[in-house]
Design a protein around this ligand. Structure first.
Ligand code: FES
Length: 113
C-alpha cells in the first residue's frame, strides 16, 4: 500500500514496513544494492518509495498474486517487464530512472530465484 494513499489511523496495530527498516548504510539490502549498481536513481527523491515498492513487487510475484496484466491466472507468474512495470506504476520518478529501476528489480528477482 502506498503511504500517500492511506491514513496512519487506519493501520492502528498493523505491521508497517518503511525504508528505515530496509538495510543500513554499511549493510545495504539486496534491492538497495541493485539500485546503486544499476543507477536506479538520480536525485533520490523517489528512491525510498521505489525501493520499498520494489521489494513488495518481488514478494507479490513470488507469491503468485496476479496483477492487471497477468494473462493466465492459473499459471505461475513470471518476472516479466510488463508485470514489474504494472506493479511499480504508482511510483513516479520525475528524473525518469524507470529503465534502471526495472533493471535493478529484475536483477534482484533473478538472484533470488
Ligand atoms: S530519482 Fe529523482 S525523482 Fe526519482
Amino acid at each position: 500500500m502506498l503511504s500517500c494513499l492511506t491514513l496512519a489511523v487506519m493501520h492502528d496495530g498493523d505491521e508497517v514496513h518503511t525504508i528505515e527498516g530496509i538495510g543500513l548504510p554499511g549493510n545495504l539490502d539486496a534491492m538497495q544494492r541493485a539500485f546503486v549498481d544499476n543507477d536506479g536513481f538520480k536525485c533520490g527523491y523517489c528512491t525510498p518509495g521505489q525501493v520499498a515498492s520494489a521489494k513488495a513487487v518481488v514478494e507479490e510475484i513470488r507469491a503468485n498474486i496476479p496483477s492487471q496484466v497477468t494473462g493466465d491466472l492459473t499459471a505461475t507468474i513470471a518476472f516479466t517487464e510488463a508485470e514489474i512495470r504494472e506493479r511499480m506504476s504508482g511510483n513516479i520518478c520525475r528524473c525518469g530512472a524507470y529503465a534502471n529501476i526495472l533493471a535493478a528489480i529484475t536483477e534482484v528477482a533473478e538472484q533470488q530465484t
